[in-house]
Design a protein around this ligand. Structure first.
Ligand code: AGP
Length: 610
């Protein structure tokens, strides 16, 4: 998720823009830049790293002007560096664009523009916008932007300035947030991706909706649709304070990120599913069809939550792609003497892309001849730069230390990989379509559970003082049991363990009494009937049972104390749905214990040491 801020008005714009970028730092970013109209043309400064680096670049070559746009980048296409930082300009350097979103068809557009003589300087999807506007420009900036956006597939929130139509900012949105701020002084306007960037200047804002464009000048602002028809918009007053805004009105980043998941898993799937053919398009694998078909083993290595998603991936790949798959703790793998050949694919899962053990494990696998595939969230991170190919999660910055949206996006990425491998081997088009359809239903299903978060909060109230928890599941739901237990213990400090449900009989059942809450992940899947007997074993010994079910289960009547309904989906995707109430359960228990949910004690967001 990138940050955008723009200003037009009587004041010098540079300070306003830099201050606005600083207000967006919480979103996470890897580079930043600014373009200002200086009366002679458009001047641009960009820098990798923090805003301070950009300020240094500006102090070395000062900028002066009353109209400008600025951007903090959270890379999706092209690693973080000065070249890929926004704003991006056209061939003549007279049109400057900042963008938040993903342009799905940037490849063909870039090729078409290069064929007509446009020269590119970055690896980003965004740069095509600057050249499309340049190609369409015929004296009026907003008309050129409308023509350019007509060719774009994907999502955008953009702000554009041009020395050739100098007294305006043109902004437009489709799928990424964008708003206009009404300044205190006549002829003073702001554009921002997030009200945090401009709150210190104004609380009067106009939210743009998808398919709308705004033209801001010193004489006023106008909102229109992409047919250039004027759209009447109301003015909203912002009553939040800055801290609330950065968290989107949620009390913690973790809760905000839990609620982002309908959108983030859509972003993981965006442009990668071919539902009618029941397969997936994964541009970054860097493996030929033949190489994929010749694989004779897949090793998935990761840590923590990423190791849990790896276990789910193992089951998916073995069941549907029929390739032998092993999961290894990265910290163990790196020191073992594993059997790796040039027909081994080593899948490396890491939200941060910087986890030391995972990085070392990937390097060891490469040394032994394996091809490596990174499932990473942070673009341009070390693992993403050193792997042979990758599937970026596109989940946006995950600020909360406890991983939530990255986990579900990892499972989605693994499902897309399974679809790819499976359809190259034994998976039928019918099965492929079934998986693709189930994937497409997930965002709405997740939203339907988030709408009932209060039910989970009510259950959480019963367990704020618990000292132990057990999480039990079978098959695809066993790794979810592990993940649910990890979520709880890392933010509430309550001891919690996950087990395969059938393992209870082999020891852990000695722990069961009326003080032991037991969470069962029990959707109506292929192993549900087996879970019923495990529930009975726990209930018979006085355990308090919390069950995630996908329908009314007469076999469970009278045996469960608390129930939360999750939607029905195919077995391999149950983890994406079951994870949501477990994330919420952990969150509400920890929050009600008054703990620092976003930065739990002893933990770091990225473990870059052994
Ligand atoms: C997840 O809630 C934890 N914070 C932790 O286990 C994390 O998943 C682990 O450190 C791996 O991090 P990575 O995905 O960035 O490699």
């Amino acid at each position: 998720m990138c940050g955008i801020v723009g200003y037009v008005g009587p004041k010098k714009s540079m300070t306003t823009l830099i201050d606005g970028l600083k207000r967006l730092e919480y979103r996470g970013y890897d580079s930043a830049g600014i373009s200002i109209m200086n009366g002679k043309g458009v001047e641009t400064r960009k820098a990798k790293g923090k805003i301070a680096a950009l300020e240094q670049a500006i102090s070395a070559h000062p900028l002066d002007g009353n109209i400008g746009i600025a951007h903090t980048r959270w890379a999706t296409h092209g690693p973080p560096n000065e070249m890929n930082a926004h704003p991006h300009t056209d061939c003549t350097g007279t049109i400057s664009v900042v963008h938040n979103g993903i342009i799905e068809n940037y490849g063909p557009l870039r090729a078409m523009l290069q064929k007509t003589g446009h020269t590119f300087t970055s690896e980003t999807d965004t740069e095509v916008l600057a050249h499309l506007i340049e190609a369409a420009f015929d004296g009026n900036l907003e008309e050129a932007v409308i023509d350019a956006l007509a060719l774009v597939e994907g999502t955008y929130g953009i702000a554009v300035i041009s020395a050739k139509d100098p007294d305006k900012i043109v902004a437009a949105r489709k799928g990424s947030p964008l708003l206009i701020g009404l300044g205190d002084q006549p002829g003073e306007y702001y554009v921002a991706s997030d009200v945090a960037a401009i709150l210190q200047h104004t609380r009067q804002v106009v939210y743009l909706d998808d398919g709308e464009m705004a033209i801001l000048t010193r004489t006023g602002y106008e909102v229109c649709d992409l047919d250039a028809q004027t759209v009447k918009k109301g003015v909203s007053r912002i009553d939040w304070d800055l801290d609330q805004i950065e968290k989107g009105g949620f009390d913690h980043f973790m809760l905000k990120e839990i609620f982002e998941q309908p959108t983030t898993i859509q972003n993981t799937m965006r442009g990668r599913l071919v539902p009618d053919e029941g397969f997936s398009k994964l541009g970054g694998l860097n493996l030929t069809k033949e190489e994929l078909q010749q694989l004779d083993q897949i090793v998935i290595t990761a840590c923590g939550t990423s190791w849990h998603s790896a276990l789910i991936g193992e089951m998916m790949i073995e069941e549907h792609a029929r390739i032998r798959c092993e999961v290894e703790y990265a910290s163990e793998f790196r020191y073992r003497n594993p059997i790796i050949t040039d027909k081994t694919l080593c899948v490396v899962i890491s939200q941060s892309g910087e986890t030391a053990d995972t990085l070392a494990a990937m390097r060891e696998a490469k040394r032994r001849g394996a091809k490596t595939l990174g499932l990473v969230n942070v673009v341009g991170s070390t693992i993403a730069r050193e792997d042979d190919g990758g599937i970026y999660l596109h989940a946006g910055p995950e600020i909360g230390v406890a991983s939530t949206k990255a986990f579900t996006s990892q499972v989605i990425a693994l499902a897309l990989l399974t679809l790819k491998l499976g359809r190259l081997r034994n998976m039928s088009v019918v099965k492929g379509r079934e998986v693709a359809q189930a994937l497409e239903e997930l965002p709405g299903q997740i939203q339907s559970m988030l709408d009932r978060a209060a039910e989970v909060e009510k259950i959480a109230e019963e367990f704020v003082t618990a000292t132990n928890f057990l999480y039990l599941g079978r098959g695809y739901n066993f790794p979810v049991a592990l993940e649910g237990a990890l979520k709880l213990k890392e933010i509430s400090y309550i001891h919690a363990e996950g087990y395969p449900a059938a393992e209870m009989k082999h020891g852990p059942i000695a722990l069961i009494d009326e003080n032991m809450p037991v969470v069962f992940i029990a959707p109506h899947d292929s192993v549900f009937d087996k879970v019923v007997s495990n529930v009975q074993e726990v209930k018979a010994r006085g355990g308090r049972v919390i069950a995630l079910t996908s329908r009314d289960e007469p076999a469970l009547h009278g045996k469960i104390d608390y129930e939360f309904r999750i939607p029905q989906t195919i077995d391999m995707l149950n983890p994406v749905l079951a994870a949501i109430p477990l994330q919420l359960l952990a969150y509400y228990i920890a929050a009600k214990r008054g703990l620092n949910v976003d930065q739990p004690r002893n933990l770091a967001k990225s473990v870059t040491v052994e």
